[in-house]
Write a protein that binds this ligand. Sequence first.
Ligand code: NZQ
Ligand code: ZN
Length: 402
Amino acid sequence: MSLYYEKKLNREVLKMHNFTYFAPTKLYFGKNVIENLGSEIKALGDKVLLVYGGGSIKKTGIYNVIKEQLQGCEVFELSGVDPNPRVTSVNQGAALCKQHGIEVVLAVGGGSVMDCSKAICAAAKYAGDDAWDLVKNSSLVKEALPLICVVTIAATGSEFDCGGVISNLSTNEKMGLVNPHLWPKVSFIDPSYTCSVSKYQTTAGSCDIMSHYMEQYFTTGVNDIGDGFLETELKTVIKYTPAALENGNDYEARAHLMWAATLGCNRMASLGNDPSIFVCHAIEHELSAFHDITHGIGLAIITPKVMRYILNDKSVNKLAQFAHNVMHVENSGDAYADAKAGISALEKFFASIGVPEGLSKIGVDDTHFKAMAEHACAYNPLHKAFIPLNESDVEAILRQSL
Ligand code: NZQ
Ligand code: ZN
């Protein structure tokens, strides 16, 4: 760490806070790890609910590999889980679990399938019949069916965290369900499964991974280990995303993106830091709730706007540190100029990997901005963010992102 940061960042305010951490998910990472699925499933039960999305696993052949591993199990299926998974799918899955006495849920897909499955696991053990009750009040989750994940896209890190995000189309809400009972028991992470992911979804996934790390980076009180961890993860995604876009079958690129994704959302990167408030996520979830947009793309559009909006005397040194250490902006000695150059470099990177330049390009207009800002502030502690935000701030950021 250079003298520049030691001095400018007021190191005395940085602390290593106490923490307790328990991540009870067994991870299998690498090619062909799926060979262990059969024995892991059977250790938990033999009545299985297999959950998947719109059919990519059938096109890639992963479905057949899974079915082979499930020989000897009684398998029920819930397919057609949408991106931005709906509470109606959760209710359908939970009803199947209750009706057939399912013992273990197997999610095969991306964040949407894994999140839907987590909510199914909780709802299957809930006496009520609407999982939205649990999304609105996660303390109602007292137990859950065991979950195994087979992840097929590098993005959310849902395979290694205890949260899920569920949408309710009837109320225009998209909200997180976080509870310690929702850690997967086992996750299978074979990067070669992600080689078939489209360019657009690869870009969206990488932007989501980066956002998870940036949300934890832009806060007060990040210890040196946290800073180093977060900067390395961000540089890794910036390095390998173009390679994966250039050649979808580049295993090294896919593997680095996959591992960066897996570690991103379970807060391991920010242990000991001040708590981080996921500001961009809070805003993006409102956009998805009203317009059903792709999560990572929405994040990539609003993140540089948020960074510009929060640039002030309190944030400038951290934004300059990001510029120097992540975006390779040369240190000019003018923190404001460097911070702005870092934000521009980030925008340029996003454009180079195919992120549309504004919300209007992905079908969003300003009709619901006020309602989105109100909901985002009502359900997220944005007033406690690095730079506190209120409803009018959020609305202004949305307008600047159009
Ligand atoms: O549905 P299928 O046919 O499987 O196709 C999917 C979907 O269309 C496709 N896909 C996935 N793996 C593929 C593939 N296509 C070809 N080959 C493969 N191997 O990709 C599309 C997107 O899938 P989705 O699961 O929606 O993507 P992602 O993993 O980005 O998940 C996004 C959802 O997760 C939530 C988001 O809000 C969004 O609802 N998040 C979950 C988090 C968590 N649990 O920790 C944190 C995140 O911040 C995020 O909010
Ligand atoms: Zn995310």
